[in-house]
Design a protein around this ligand. Structure first.
Ligand code: AMP
Ligand code: MG
Length: 410
C-alpha cells in the first residue's frame, strides 16, 4: 500500500467518471439540475423600451428649464398602463401618463416621475389629468429601460454545466424556454458495514452502536445533487456484503458507496467479495482524519469505500465523493465554498493534510476560526458543533495563532 497525497487520490478517482446522460424536462422541474446545453437569449431583454417609474413620458427638451418656481405645463394625450401597446406619438408639448413597465410611446425620450409633477393622485383607477405641470427637468433617456439593456438577442446567458439556481428558472421563463436539456441525477447506492451496527430504533446492546453513517452520508449524497438508495447494513460476512452489492447493481447505480471495513484489522470481506467480481485497491491517503480509502469496481460499477469512523466518513465524502457526484451530474460549478479564515489559536498538526472541525465567526470584520472540541475521528459531536473544516496543508506541523488557512464552510 503506497501513501498517496489527497490530490493524487482525488485525481485517480475522478479519472474514472464522466457525466451521465441527459434528458429533456419541463424547466419548472429543473431547480437544482445541471444544464446540458447553452441557453441563448431568444429575444432582447427587456423586449421594448419601458418606463422604470410611474410618471409621465415626455420629451426632455420640453422640460429643460422646469423648476418648482417655474414649472412647465404639458398636454396629456394618452394613458399607458403596463401591458398596453401604445400607437400614439408625442410631439413637442405632449405628455403621456405611464406606469412602471409600460412601453414608452414614440416621440418620448424620458419619463418624469409622478412626484416631480403637480399630479399626485396615485390611487388605483385614478383618471389621467388633461394637463400636467412638470417641476423638474430630466435627462434624455432618464427613467427609461431601453430594449436590450439587460440581454442582447443571441447572447449565451446560461452555460452548459451550470447548476441551476432559482433566479435561473426566472430567466428561462422570461426567455420562453418551456423545456430544457439537463443531466439526469446521478444514482448512488449506500451501505454501512459492521457487526456492531444497530438500526436507529433498536435499544443499545452491549458492544453495539447505532449506525449513523448511513444517515449522514445519505443526506450528503442528496445535498450534493444525487439520488440515494440506502441499502442498510452489511454484516461482516461474505454473503451479507455480496447481497448488498448485488442489490446496488439491481438499482442500476452510477456509484456504490460504503463505510467501514477498510481500515487495517477490519474484517475485509468487502475487498474479497469485490475482487471476486471486479477489482479493488486499498489506499493510504496522506490525510487526517480518514487515512484508509478503498476504490474499485464491482460488476463494472465504481465503488468507493470510506472509513467507518463518523467524522472520517464525512471528511472522506467531502474530499473524494462530492466531486464525483458533481462530475456525474455534469457540473462545472458547485462544491463547497472555500474561504480564508484566521486561526484563533495555535494549531498543531502531524504533517498530514488535515481537515479540522472549527466554528468560524465574523469578529471585527475578519473570519476567525475556533476548533470545536475533541478532534478524534469518532467524535461526531465536534463536527455537529462546527460550521467549517479547516484545511491544514501536508507538511505543516504548526499553524501559529493569527495565521490564515483555507476552510470549507459546511
Ligand atoms: P472500521 O472501519 O470498520 O474499522 O470502523 C471504524 C470505526 O467506525 C469503528 O469504531 C466502528 O464501530 C465505527 N463505525 C463503523 N461504521 C459505522 C457506522 N455506520 N456508524 C457509526 N460508526 C461506525
Ligand atoms: Mg468494522
Amino acid at each position: 500500500m503506497s501513501l498517496l497525497s489527497v490530490d493524487e487520490a482525488r485525481a485517480r478517482i475522478l479519472s474514472h467518471f464522466q457525466a451521465v446522460e441527459t434528458e429533456t424536462l419541463p424547466f419548472v422541474e429543473c431547480a437544482t439540475r445541471v444544464l446540458a446545453e447553452d441557453i441563448a437569449a431568444t429575444t432582447e431583454l427587456p423586449p421594448f423600451d419601458n418606463s422604470s417609474m410611474d410618471g409621465f413620458a415626455i420629451r426632455a427638451a420640453d422640460v429643460a428649464n422646469a423648476t418648482d418656481t417655474s414649472p412647465r405645463s404639458l398636454r396629456v394625450i394618452a394613458d399607458i398602463p403596463a401591458g398596453a401597446s401604445p400607437t400614439i406619438s408625442l410631439t413637442s408639448g405632449d405628455a403621456a401618463r405611464i406606469m412602471t413597465g409600460a412601453p414608452v410611446p414614440d416621440g418620448a425620450d424620458a419619463v418624469v416621475p409622478v412626484e416631480n409633477t403637480d399630479f399626485n393622485n396615485r390611487d388605483a383607477g385614478s383618471v389621467a389629468p388633461e394637463s400636467v405641470m412638470i417641476n423638474k427637468s430630466v435627462h434624455h433617456g432618464e427613467n427609461i429601460r431601453p430594449r436590450g439593456m439587460d440581454i442582447r438577442a443571441g447572447e449565451v446567458v446560461l452555460h452548459k454545466g451550470r447548476l441551476l439556481k432559482p433566479q435561473d428558472l426566472g430567466l428561462l421563463a422570461m426567455l420562453g424556454y418551456a423545456n430544457i436539456s439537463v443531466y439526469r441525477k446521478a444514482r448512488v447506492a449506500l451501505f454501512s458495514s459492521g457487526n456492531e451496527l444497530l438500526e436507529v430504533g433498536a435499544p443499545l446492546e452491549s458492544g453495539k452502536i447505532r449506525d449513523s453513517n448511513s444517515y449522514t452520508l445519505a443526506a450528503l449524497i442528496e445535498e450534493a445533487g444525487a439520488e440515494v438508495s440506502r441499502l442498510g447494513v452489511a454484516k461482516d460476512d461474505r454473503e451479507s456484503v455480496k447481497s448488498l452489492l448485488d442489490k446496488a447493481v439491481d438499482h442500476n447505480v452510477d456509484l456504490i458507496l460504503s463505510s467501514a471495513g477498510v481500515s487495517v484489522g477490519a474484517f475485509d470481506f468487502v475487498k474479497e467479495v469485490i475482487e471476486a467480481n471486479g477489482k479493488m485497491d486499498f489506499w493510504r491517503v496522506n490525510m487526517r482524519p480518514g487515512k484508509p480509502l478503498a476504490f474499485g469496481e464491482y460488476k463494472n460499477i465504481p465503488f468507493i469505500g470510506l472509513p467507518g469512523n463518523p467524522v472520517s466518513a464525512f471528511v472522506g465524502f467531502e474530499v473524494f465523493v462530492r466531486g464525483v457526484i458533481g462530475t456525474l451530474n455534469g457540473m462545472y460549478n458547485g462544491g463547497r465554498r472555500k474561504v480564508r479564515v484566521r486561526c484563533a489559536e495555535q494549531i498543531d498538526s502531524d504533517g498530514r493534510e488535515s481537515y479540522l472541525r472549527a466554528q468560524v465567526n465574523e469578529e471585527d470584520g475578519a473570519l476567525v476560526a475556533h476548533l470545536t472540541g475533541h478532534q478524534g475521528s469518532g467524535n461526531l459531536h465536534s463536527l455537529v458543533q462546527a460550521n467549517a473544516l479547516l484545511i491544514i496543508p501536508a507538511g505543516v506541523k504548526c499553524v501559529p495563532a493569527g495565521q490564515e488557512v483555507n476552510a470549507w464552510l459546511i
